[in-house]
Design a protein around this ligand. Structure first.
Ligand SMILES: [Zn+2]
Length: 285
C-alpha cells in the first residue's frame, strides 16, 4: 500500500476504521470483552448487546495508543516500508505533519510490530556471521567497513536461511558462549550451518546436522553449494543503510533498527512488502 492508495481510498477516519474492521474481524464487529458478535453501531464504535460494553476496532491494538487519525498511521507504515534504508523520525514528522515525539513513538511501535513478526526458527542451509555496526563517525570521515571494530561499534550476529529469512541480534561480544545459545534457539538442529573460520562457531558441529567452515584466511569461500555470500551481502546492505540514513544510532535502539531492516528483507518478495502482515500484527491478530 502506497501513499497514493491511502490518499485515494483511506482518506477519512471512517474508511480507515472499515478497513481495519475488515482486517480484524472480517467485517463482523466482535466484542473484545466477551466475544459476542451481536452489536449495535454507534458512530464508529459498537455497543455490545450481550455485555453492554462499547468498543471500537482499535481497542486493545497498537493503534489505540495514540489519538492520531488512522490515516497518519497508515502513511507512517507506508513511508517506513517503502524507504529501503529507513526514514528518520524527523523526516517522518515532516512527511505526515506530526510533532517529532509522536513520529518517534510511531516509528518505535511500528518497529516493535515488525520485530514481533520475526521468524521463530530458521532451517535448511543457514549462513551465520557476525559484524560490527553503529557507533559515531565524524561527518565527512569515511567509516571503515572491514576489519575489526571501531570505538563504540556493537557486535551483531546474523543468520540467514538459504532462499529464506534473516535474523539479526545485537550481542555483547562475538564469543562462542554468547553466539552458540542464540544459534541453538533460532536454528533447527537439522540445519547445516555455514560460517567462516571463526573459533566462536567451532561447537556448532555438536548442535547441528552439519557445520561447513569457509576458512577465508586460507582462501576458501565456497564448497559446492556452501558459502556465506548471502549473509555477507546482507551486511553490506545493512551498512549502506546505516551510513546512508543515520550518522549514528544509539546503542539502545540499534536492535530496533535491525528489526526494521530484517522485516523488510524478509518480506521483500511479497507483493505488498509486508504491509498486510504488519497491519495484522498491529491488530493483534
Ligand atoms: Zn461484549
Amino acid at each position: 500500500m502506497d501513499l497514493i492508495y491511502i490518499t485515494k481510498h483511506l482518506n477519512t477516519q471512517r474508511k480507515c476504521v472499515k478497513y481495519l474492521e475488515e482486517k480484524r474481524w472480517n467485517g463482523i464487529p466482535t466484542c473484545p470483552y466477551c466475544g459476542s458478535q451481536k452489536s449495535g453501531a454507534k458512530g464508529l464504535r459498537h455497543n455490545c448487546l450481550d455485555c453492554r460494553n462499547s468498543y471500537s476496532v482499535t481497542v486493545g491494538t497498537v493503534f489505540e495508543s495514540t489519538n492520531l487519525p488512522l490515516m497518519k498511521w497508515f502513511m507512517a507504515i507506508s513511508l517506513i516500508l517503502n524507504a529501503k534504508k529507513g526514514i528518520s523520525s524527523m523526516q517522518l514528522s515532516r512527511d505526515i505533519s506530526v510533532n517529532k515525539n509522536t513520529a518517534w513513538l510511531l516509528q518505535m511501535k511500528i518497529r516493535n510490530a515488525m520485530a514481533s513478526n520475526a521468524p521463530d526458527q530458521l532451517g535448511g542451509i543457514v549462513e551465520a556471521d557476525e559484524t560490527f555496526v553503529g557507533g559515531k563517525t565524524k561527518k565527512g570521515k569515511k567509516r571503515r567497513t572491514h576489519g575489526g571494530p571501531q570505538k563504540h561499534q556493537k557486535p551483531v550476529l546474523g543468520f540467514v536461511q538459504r532462499q529464506g529469512k534473516v535474523i539479526t541480534k545485537v550481542i555483547d561480544a562475538p564469543f562462542r558462549e554468547i553466539i552458540m545459545p542464540i544459534l541453538k534457539s533460532y536454528v533447527t538442529p537439522e540445519s547445516v550451518l555455514v560460517t567462516d573460520g571463526s573459533q566462536a562457531y567451532f561447537p556448532a558441529k555438536k548442535h547441528f546436522a552439519g557445520h561447513m567452515i569457509m576458512s577465508h584466511s586460507t582462501g576458501i569461500y565456497k564448497r559446492g553449494i556452501y558459502h556465506t555470500n548471502t549473509i555477507e551481502g546482507y551486511w553490506s546492505q545493512l551498512k549502506r543503510a546505516i551510513i546512508g540514513q543515520y550518522h549514528q544510532i544509539s546503542d539502545g535502539y540499534l536492535q530496533n533498527y535491525l528489526d526494521e531492516l530484517s522485516f523488510k528483507y524478509n518480506h521483500k518478495d511479497s507483493n505488498d512488502k509486508g504491509y498486510s502482515v504488519l497491519i495484522s500484527q498491529m491488530l493483534g491478530n
